[in-house]
Design a protein. Structure first.
Lengths: 794, 337
């Protein structure tokens, strides 16, 4: 809400308070001032001067050399304007002056003659005829002859003004007006508030045609119309034009300007119809099926069925509260005006405005809520202004329909109740003083009791809690005394086990040298194609946003691989090497219908760099899996985005837990990644179901261990994991540890075979193993290896 | 004979001194004291000596052997020490070289989130996790924001359909929690929120932490108490907290909370836009209608709620100039924290 200080002063006696002081007073009571705008910010050092001598420049056919009196001195200025004459009163940009567009004026020579400033046109000052008469002529801006010399041009233009851009919260539609804010400023600064006084005289009704009004729509609680005859369309006075300009409205003519002026000053939207456009009576009704209207903006709109229109007997003449129909507005030859002031439900205006994609100052105001009292106040203000500006004759006739305003709310409470949620005791007199300054009515009440009547425009006030807010915002939050839950019971808090476990997973990954990343939850729908997911893949079933920002953030992710690959690609493109990253985030699996999706926690891992290979990815994945569970199995992965021979799918008890491996070269290319990279994705929600409980202690054997090596030759395709599984199975509990320390292919080994060297550690929990015990276990293992994978001893 | 012993002794002593390495010294030892060494040979010649002289000569030889052995030991120890020292010196390496076994780090946002959660948990707050894809009911209606209420303009919400949306505030968790848990309530709900807002200072994805306390006799002063503590803990002991009246549909009274700028200490700087204050959160006394909607009697219980942006707190703590950096995941950024 734009609040010009000059306009504010009409209603709040703030004296010479600075814009900063006003802003501070507003902030204190809950209105943030987003910006203090100085209307004359782009003009500096320009004053009124008189041309006392004007001679043609001897070295030019169009320049003049002028002597200019600016009161404090007389300056020689070379001027190129065609209309310069001795005796002119004009704006003079002095040496060092600033003009719109960043122009600076410095003394300089023009064809051999010194010039100490510049005489200005309206254009050079960035103004047009709505700001000051004559601003648009070709040449100097000619000011009235009685303008005192040396006056700051900003005062002449009406631009020496400050405007506060006030942020008004949604609960205070009454402060979407100059008068509403003035009331708050006055109360906050403790100065007098002068409500608008509306005086006008009416012309007796002489049987002129006046439309009757009938409301059939439920969203219109009140509609009033007044007849203005003998209208003289003209420019409105400068003070009104200046104020409109300060709130960002372009002045048009006296009648239109008055409706806009009242919209900003009182907060009541008005509409002025040319009576010639209304065929007999006015009906406020719901739009008919397939009804259309061409609005003032010249566009045709198909009206939604729940829209409300102002119609005459033949056609809709306005979209209620939003915009008038084409030709319905004021023309230069308008003679009789039908002035509308009405109240429409904010919800209805909001919905219709959205559906049509059509907004106006009026709809913006209605959307926030117009109170019951505002219709009469706004209309009376407009009539008083019409009378004052002599814009027409107000006919003594009424065209009204609608329900009476609801009775004023009365709240019965007490000082103690109001204080109870604040936490400090505020005495009854202090509370009453604040309520009175805010226009609440007080009824005498016994003892601590408070009975107050709520002003009609304060629709946000419902009970004592609302009064607490009114009181404390004026009493001052700085007076609160911090206490530490002195009345509250003790509670046990903490994070859930799942969250703790996910924290542990992050610690493990950080320990493995991975950095955590965080990416958006929504991605491009094309991600599924980039990852080569088959058409039937469930991850293609995504939740789509109805109003996404753009294509890249249009659907909720069902996997984290896309974001991981995107992040790897970004880092690679920026020259970052050795990338080890992970993300633990949610995926959103639709359940269909109106059910919320299933949100699952998923871990993604990404590796890119010369030191990375499948096994570094496996090492990381293993550390996470082992945190949760010991047994799981790996098979070559079926993920279409992974290399079919350098990747694995993980499962346990038939449940799929995730995949990892080298990214398929085609997919890497889709993301613009050069060279090899590795990704993994693990379903953490599934793993949480396998999480280990508290570990039970197992006895540590006090007997010595026996180490043995075993070298075998097996088929090249034989998997290390299978060899280890066979040996473990054959040796049972006495095998404490087993690892592969060498795999060799080449000389001395038959083609298509490999030599695998294993290191075994035996230890029994019950006794010292003898050589023969160990030998027996070794032989048992060798027999199994020979039988099951055709291993030969080396 | 005696001369011979003296001669050998002095020759051996000289050779011990001359030995430069342990192995040279060993060779000398073998030469003189070995089984067939020169000194041992003397003993073998003993039978050529008259029997009466034998004890004396024997003693002399043994004395000489004893002396020499002592010298060998001393010299041996010295050589060993010198050789070890030389070996260690030769093994000296360039300690400015690195073997890269870096430890990764949490994302700065999550690191701050963890600190925040720890802070509130230490005061007995329960941590609640709510769905990010929410119903209109929990995100708006149950929080006293009916459909087409102007307060909905405060937040641009992403919608999936008429009744399902991406939650625009963690306040959505409040009602879910109060439906399940009855007072006394102390809970926080940190998490991801979404708004259809994307420019230099806004990210469509960001994080909030919602706090809720409901019990008998909870007041604005209690809210001030907790937030004072919070501000001092995260922004420094000398941090001041300021309440400004504001509006949220689910609290009444509502306040915006500013903390004194920890960069300029209130003098005014770029971070606080010259005001000396940084706006960090919204809060208030839980609206009576919200409590009633959750089956909690507002005439018996009162409560306060607050909510702030975790991203904003992280950015203030670390001096991160804009929120977008958090979601780019440039390694050079991630490695800093």
């Amino acid at each position: 809400m734009k609040l010009p200080v000059c306009w504010l002063k009409e209603f709040a006696e703030i004296g010479n308070a600075s814009p900063e002081q006003i802003a501070e007073a507003l902030l204190r009571v809950g209105f943030e001032v987003e910006e203090i705008i100085y209307d004359g910010a782009d003009i500096e050092n320009v004053v009124v001067g008189k041309v006392i001598d004007c001679k043609p420049h001897t070295n030019s056919d169009h320049l003049h050399v002028c002597m200019v009196d600016v009161s404090s001195e007389i300056l020689q200025i070379v001027c190129g304007a065609p209309n310069v004459q001795t005796g002119d009163i004009v704006p003079v940009a002095l040496s060092g002056a600033k003009l719109p567009g960043g122009i600076e004026i410095k003394p300089g020579e023009l064809r051999g003659v010194m010039s100490y400033g510049m005489l200005c046109s309206g254009k050079e000052l960035g103004v047009d005829d709505t700001v000051i008469e004559g601003a648009e002529v070709d040449g100097l801006l000619q000011l009235p002859k009685d303008t005192p010399l040396g006056t700051n041009i900003l005062d002449v233009l009406g631009k020496n003004e400050y405007v506060l851009d006030v942020s008004v919260t949604a609960n205070r539609p009454d402060c979407q007006s100059i008068v509403g804010l003035a009331r708050e400023v006055a109360a906050s600064m403790g100065v007098k508030f002068n409500p608008p006084v509306n005086k006008y005289k009416m012309t007796p009704y002489g049987g002129e045609y006046v439309p009757t009004v009938q409301i059939t729509s439920k969203v219109c609680s009140r509609y009033t119309g007044r007849l203005i005859k003998d209208v003289k369309i003209a420019q409105s006075p400068k003070w009104m034009r200046d104020r409109l300009r300060l709130v960002g409205v372009r002045p048009i003519n006296n009648i239109v300007d008055i409706t806009n002026y009242v919209l900003f000053e009182i907060g009541q939207p008005l509409h002025a119809f040319d009576i010639r456009f209304i065929d007999s009576g006015i009906i406020v009704r719901t739009a008919a099926k397939n009804e259309k209207i061409t609005a003032l903006d010249g566009k045709e709109y198909a009206l939604p069925e729940d829209a409300t229109v102002i119609a005459d007997s033949k056609k809709p003449i306005a979209i209620a509260g939003i915009m008038g129909g084409e030709y319905s507005g004021i023309a230069d030859d308008t003679n009789t005006v039908f002035l509308e002031a009405a109240r429409f439900e904010r919800k209805s205006i909001r919905v219709t405005s959205r559906k049509l994609g059509l907004r106006s100052d009026s709809s913006a105001r209605y959307e926030k809520g117009v109170d019951y009292g505002s219709v009469d106040e706004g209309r009376e203000r407009a009539l008083a202004l019409i009378y004052r500006l002599k814009a027409g004759k107000i006919v003594d006739v009424k065209s009204d329909d609608g329900v009476a305003p609801p009775p004023k709310k009365v709240i019965e409470t007490s000082a103690a109740q109001i204080s109870s949620i604040i936490g400090i005791d505020i005495e009854k007199p202090a509370i009453e003083k604040i309520l009175v300054s805010l226009d609440f009515g007080l009824t005498k009440a016994k003892g601590d009791g408070i009975i107050c009547t709520v002003p009609i425009y304060r629709e946000d006030i419902e009970d004592f809690a609302d009064l607490s807010e009114e009181v404390i915002r004026y009493y001052g939050y700085d007076n609160l005394k911090p206490t530490f839950l002195k009345n509250a019971a003790c509670t046990a808090g903490g994070i859930s086990t799942d969250e703790k476990r996910m924290g542990d997973v992050k610690n493990i990954l950080c320990g493995k040298g991975l950095y955590e990343i965080m990416t958006y939850s929504f991605i491009n729908e094309k991600a599924s194609d980039m990852l080569k997911l088959p058409q039937a893949d469930s991850r293609r079933n995504v939740l789509k946003l109805r109003n996404p920002l753009n294509e890249d953030t249009a659907v909720m992710r069902t996997q984290l691989v896309h974001s991981m690959l995107t992040t790897l690609a970004l880092n690679q493109s920026r020259g970052n090497d050795d990338i080890r990253i992970y993300e633990l985030g949610r995926v959103y699996m639709p359940k269909g219908g109106n059910e919320l999706p299933e949100e699952r926690f998923v871990l993604s891992v990404g590796l890119l760099g010369n030191n990375e290979d499948f096994y570094s990815a496996k090492d990381i994945v293993n550390s996470v899996l082992k945190y949760f569970t010991d047994g799981y199995s790996l098979v070559y992965s079926k993920q279409p985005y992974l290399h079919p021979g350098i990747s694995a799918d993980i499962s346990k008890d038939g449940k799929f837990l995730g995949s990892f491996g080298e990214v398929h070269p085609t997919v890497a290319e889709n993301y613009g990644i050069n060279g090899k990279c590795y990704v993994g994705e693990i379903d953490i929600t599934a793993l949480l179901g396998f999480a280990k409980g508290d570990v039970r202690y197992k006895t540590i054997s006090k007997f010595p261990c026996v180490n043995r090596d075993l070298a075998i030759v097996v088929d090249d395709m034989c998997k290390a994991g299978d060899i280890i599984d066979i040996v473990k199975d054959a040796c049972g509990d006495s095998l404490e540890d087993i690892s592969i320390f060498d795999v060799y292919k080449g000389e001395q080994i038959e083609r298509g075979k490999k030599s695998v060297a294993l290191s075994l550690k035996f230890r029994s929990p019950e006794k010292t193993l003898s050589d023969s015990d160990v030998q027996r276990l070794m032989l048992g293992a060798i027999d199994r290896l020979k039988a099951e994978i055709k291993a030969e001893l080396r | 004979m005696k001369e011979q012993i003296n001669k050998l002794t002095s020759e051996c002593t000289a050779e011990i001194k001359a030995a430069a390495t342990e192995s040279e010294l060993y060779a000398v030892k073998v030469k003189y004291l070995g089984k067939n060494g020169l000194i041992s040979d003397l003993m073998k010649n003993m039978r050529d000596i008259p029997p009466e002289e034998r004890p004396i000569i024997g003693k002399t030889v043994n004395n000489a052997r004893g002396k020499l052995e002592e010298l060998f030991e001393k010299r041996g120890a010295a050589l060993h020490a010198a050789e070890l020292e030389a070996k260690l010196a030769s093994e000296k390496i360039d300690i400015t070289m690195d073997k890269d076994t870096a430890v990764g780090k949490l994302h700065p946002l999550n690191a701050v989130r963890k600190r925040l959660v720890d802070f509130f948990v230490s005061m007995g707050f329960d941590v609640m996790d709510g769905p990010e894809v929410e119903t209109d009911y929990y995100n708006f209606e149950a929080l006293n924001v009916p459909k087409d209420h102007p307060a909905r303009d405060m937040q641009d919400t992403f919608f999936i359909n008429e009744s399902i949306l991406l939650r625009s505030q963690t306040s959505a968790s409040q009602v879910r929690y109060m439906e399940k848990v009855k007072p006394p309530i102390k809970m926080i709900s940190p998490g991801r929120v979404f708004r259809n807002d994307d420019d230099a200072t806004h990210s469509p994805v960001f994080h909030q932490l919602e706090g809720l306390v409901v019990d008998k006799g909870i007041t604005m002063c209690d809210l001030k108490g907790i937030l004072d503590l919070f501000a001092k803990h995260f922004f420094g002991e000398d941090t001041k907290v300021r309440f400004r009246p504001s509006y949220f549909p689910f609290t009444e009274p509502s306040v915006e909370v500013d903390v004194s700028c920890s960069i300029c200490h209130g003098k005014g700087c770029k971070i606080c836009k010259g005001t000396g204050w940084i706006e960090i959160l919204g809060a208030g006394i839980v609206n009576r209608k919200v409590l009633r909607g959750c089956g909690i009697d507002p005439d018996v219980y009162t409560g306060f709620a607050f909510g702030f942006g975790i991203d904003r707190i992280a950015n203030i703590i670390h001096g991160i100039p804009h929120i977008k950096l958090l979601y780019e995941n440039d390694m050079r950024f991630l490695k800093q924290f």
